[in-house]
Design a protein around this ligand. Sequence first.
Ligand code: UDP
Length: 473
Amino acid sequence: MTETVVVNAGLGVGHLAPMVELANLFPRHGLAVTVVLIEPPAKPPSFAAAVSRSMASNPRITFHVMPSPSCHSNVPELIRAMNAPLREYLRSSVPSARAVVFDMFCACALDVAAELGLPAYFFQCGGASHLAVGLHLPHVQAEINASFGEIGDEPLLFPSVPPFKPSDLPKAALDRNDEMYRWILGVFERLPESRGILVNTFQWLETKALRALGDGACVVGRPTTPVCCVGPLVSRSGEDKKHGCLSWLDAQPEKSVVFLCFGSMGSFPKEQLAEIAIGLERSGQRFLWVVRRPHAGEASLSGLLAGCHGTHGELDIDELMPEGFLERTKGRGLAAGSWAPQADVLRHRATGAFVTHCGWNSVLEGIAAGVPLLCWPLYAEQRLNKVFIVEEVGVGAVMVGYDGEVVRAEEVEAKVRWMLESNEASPIRERVALAKERAEEATRKSGSSHQSFVKFLIDFGVTKWPVMNLVYW
Ligand code: UDP
């Protein structure tokens, strides 16, 4: 019976996509793999579409979709309710299971692994910097003895990242009594119960944070288990048919197009869409823009459960844009509806800059493709990622105004032109080209991520198979 690794993916495209890429590594090393998922929520969800795409394009993975319980009022409750079906499935259907890799949000499933005597590992979909900040947060919180939202703009000092403003923390962390914040801290608390944490990053990119995590207790203030960098795990479109926007890119000159895409959940009010449109038009640059229908409420996993993000289906882009915009920019600009195969777009030779919401997958996909980033963080830990991108790695710049009411057309026009054309932005373009090389090296045979993954397989005892001549991709 082939040994099986069970990958318990969490909710949301940003969690599913890298975990499916991780799962793809196991069959290359002689192991079977099963990805366990929670049934995607109501319609018309980007998550459901991503689940179908993943299932259709990854034949070497067995997928098991657990029906979502009808009664739950928030994400922590939903995830906890999945313990029973997970236990039942593992017990009855995967006798060959040798280890479970959990999305960090599924920390409560450690109880299931312990009951069944299965070694458990975590997968951190965000970066090592985010992980280190999360582990250090309770100490800083205890020192200030207040909510982060109450202490003004004085920069916070963490050993793992450049100084950042409290307002750069995820919104929930600004209120120490916030339910989601308490829940996330509880997740971090359970990390030491795992046998290791796989992180979607690579050594060169996050040296400082990894040093902090490596020193364990003395730096982050609490014990951690070994951290394995296995990234960048970048998804592929997996679609048989070439997406129209890729054909459009084929006809554009090298590095001439700015790509705008705001993750699986980001969208803007109509007024902001108009500012972007005017800015792009005035910039005179080529653009490919993934436009999503404006929605009420903030993007979050809870919003995803309510089915209000990432809507698909018919979208009248013309109606959302300033009058005549599509006609006037025809040929040099493409506004695509709702979804584009982002990783493929970024890898295309015509793409020269990326306006991003700084979701960690988007950051890695930009870096792996050598495309400089224009940071427009929206939700979750994206403001922290922005600090990291701009101030530590130097592969991007900020879209001024992201933290106010609106990013003005003038800013969109100026920054897009600056990043694509100016000499001043050359250090950023050169730096991201270097980061791309380092990312490639990390995932080559004997590269740091490759070695780290092999070490995980051997040292952590996932398999007793003689691991020789392994290839990463
Ligand atoms: N994505 C995509 N096309 C889109 C929007 C998103 O392929 O139009 C993919 C993107 O490539 C990335 C994931 O969805 O792999 C989004 O993850 P990220 O961590 O960047 O952001 P999140 O959606 O979690 O906020």
